[in-house]
Write a protein that binds this ligand. Structure first.
Ligand code: FE2
Length: 199
């Protein structure tokens, strides 16, 4: 069946000046493409090939012998999800049901921002910060390397890549600046709201 590398949902220059064309070319065309290619090579001809990538991720997450397959499957999925978590002219605050639920579950939007910044800023080394729905409650979480909250039974609503390849060309070592910019100028709350509505 295979997993297809999705095109970026916007032009390579669409997130400038916050994320450069060069970052998106390397990140999508090299890093993401490589995960997808390795995932497809790994499942080709196996019984995993007939499963959805989400089912493969959940099936092999706890099996150390399948760590390579898990890493490429989860990184293929995580990046497809991440591209949709940003948009040109993004940032600001959510509205509607998602805004209400953030206020209810975190206390305020500012409390969510604080938790999300902390998750992204304290993920040691490579990984991801997430807004998830966990048994009906919104939570902020972080995962190392290729980790994905769906392996914990949580539903991802939003993610931010904090691997250095996501920001190093534009921000060098200044991960906090990238995180701030993600929240103020890039985050696509419409996508997170649609994921909440579908959960
Ligand atoms: Fe990445």
């Amino acid at each position: 069946m295979g997993y297809e590398l999705p095109a970026l949902p916007y032009d390579y220059t669409a997130l400038e000046p916050h994320i450069s064309k060069s970052t998106l070319e390397f990140h999508h065309d090299k890093h993401h493409a490589s995960y997808v290619s390795k995932y497809n090579d790994a499942v080709a001809g196996t019984d995993m090939d007939s499963k959805s990538i989400e089912d493969v991720i959940k099936a092999v997450a706890a099996d150390p012998a399948k760590a390579g397959l898990f890493n490429n499957a989860a990184q293929a999925w995580n990046h497809s999800f991440y591209w949709n978590c940003m948009k040109p002219g993004g940032g600001g605050q959510p509205t509607g049901a998602l805004a209400d639920k953030i206020n209810a579950d975190f206390g305020s939007f500012d409390k969510f921002v604080e938790a999300f910044k902390t998750a992204g800023g304290t993920q040691f080394g490579s990984g991801w910060a997430w807004l998830v729905l966990d048994n009906g409650t919104l939570k902020v979480t972080k995962t190392g390397n290729a980790g994905n909250p769906m392996t914990e039974g949580q539903t991802p609503l939003l993610t931010m890549d904090v691997w250095e390849h996501a920001y190093y060309l534009d921000y060098q070592n200044r991960r906090p600046d990238y995180i701030n910019t993600f929240l103020t100028s890039l985050v696509n709350w419409d996508f997170a709201a649609a994921n909440l509505a579908a959960a």
